[in-house]
Write a protein that binds this ligand. Structure first.
Ligand code: SAH
Length: 378
């Protein structure tokens, strides 16, 4: 693929229209390209049969459609969760996870029929992550780079094709901090809504608490939903688990969430892992209840997926799931909070932020070491 060719995947409708004009085509060609690339998922210009042969040839010369590649798929044994290892053009890996509706949702009524059709894709926004959360596998990789809007969208298009079913919900809960790749994530969200026809209320951006961009998301009128990985409403505890709390403390985070709610009128989701003896004490739970009452919200409790396999040192190696998780969920419900306890879905395939990539990289490193030893005759 010639380096000078312009990758069209990840361009918005406006950008594609401008590209068409630069190519000497009518502006409305941009709309046609937009439909072919996203709604129809065309992978070559030859597939774009509503364009004239001459236009297709011009596109062939000056542009390309650069997709990510699915390197492997891992199906969970306990449910139908599938984890995809995705390779970017420079060889870096990220992961995406396809999550079917929970068995528990199965029922005949209309609302649950909707649940039945739900197919959620969890996507990555960065390769690695700079935030260093102590419970997270991706953190052990460090930060590699931001994904382009095209790479974010391509995860959805490639997995939609592999799944043979429409993807109804998108969550930015794979690798990386979406708010630190703000422009590309927002371009991707715009394309998901207008190009892939995924309703904005079915798209969730999850952040470790980058407060300035929570405000920016509200100011920009972003229609996607906001989730905040909270994990403690006590500054010292949160700073220990999530170093980002030293940049944006709980007061700053709360102020940005209040601003977001006042501007958008939307409810916020808090994600919470309870760790034994760390954030599962009376004091911690009382502070969580107080924090959660500041704006209308939902608390999503996530069972901890061990990251011991990463060889993590320090506090990360001491984290254990709290045996009080379900009791705390009841306590929060008694406090009139809306609480959802996420299932352990996909634990056997490492379906939590960064786990598959880190496992794969380690396996590869081990294999390379074995290979090296063999090569030198050891
Ligand atoms: N940086 C963003 C999105 C990526 S993490 C954020 O922090 O929200 C997506 C979710 O996975 C977060 O809620 C995070 O807390 C959770 N997570 C990370 N590591 C986990 C683990 N080992 N077990 C369970 N959930 C984990």
């Amino acid at each position: 693929m010639a380096a000078s060719r312009h990758n069209l995947l990840g361009l918005s409708l406006h950008q594609l229209s401008e590209f068409a004009e630069r190519l000497g085509e009518k502006r409305y060609r941009g709309k046609q390209l937009f439909e072919w690339l996203y709604a129809k998922g065309a992978e070559s210009f030859a597939d774009m049969t509503t364009l004239s042969k001459a236009t297709r040839e011009r596109l062939e010369e000056s542009a390309c459609i650069e997709h990510v590649a699915i390197a492997s798929q891992h199906q969970s044994h306990d449910d139908a969760t599938t984890k995809f290892l995705v390779t970017l053009h420079d060889g870096l890996n990220v992961e995406s996870v396809l999550i079917p509706p929970r068995i528990a949702f199965r029922s005949g009524d209309a609302e649950n029929d909707d649940e039945q059709r739900r197919l959620t894709l969890c996507i990555s926004s960065q390769a690695g992550c700079p935030l260093d959360c102590k419970f997270c596998a991706t953190a052990t990789m460090g930060f590699l780079r931001n994904l382009t809007a095209g790479e974010i969208i391509s995860q959805v298009l490639q997995i939609r094709k592999a799944a043979h079913r429409p993807i109804t919900n998108i969550v930015f809960m794979g690798m990386g901090e979406p708010m630190m790749n703000y422009e590309n994530v927002m371009t991707a969200v715009e394309i998901l809504i207008s190009g892939l026809n995924i309703a904005a209320r079915r798209i969730t951006i999850s952040t470790a608490g980058w407060a300035d961009h929570i405000r920016r998301m509200a100011d920009d009128g972003c229609k996607a939903k906001l989730a905040v990985s909270l994990h403690s409403a006590v500054d010292e505890t949160r700073a220990m688990l999530m170093p980002i709390n030293k940049k944006y403390n709980l007061d700053q985070l709360a102020a940005s969430i209040e601003y977001y709610h006042a501007t958008t009128k939307k409810r916020v989701t808090y994600e919470y892992i309870f760790f034994d003896g760390i954030n599962d004490t009376e004091h911690e739970v009382a502070r969580l209840i107080k924090f959660a009452r500041r704006v209308p919200c939902k608390v999503n409790i996530i069972p901890f997926h061990s990251i011991a396999f990463t060889g993590v040192q320090g506090i990360g190696s001491q984290l254990r799931p709290s045996p009080k998780m379900n009791a705390i969920a009841d306590r929060l419900r008694e406090a009139n909070l809306s609480v959802f306890v996420r299932s352990n879905a996909g634990e056997d395939i490492a379906a939590a932020c960064g786990q598959l990539v880190v496992k794969t990289e380690r396996q590869r490193a081990r294999q390379t070491r074995i290979f090296d030893r063999t090569a030198v005759g050891q």
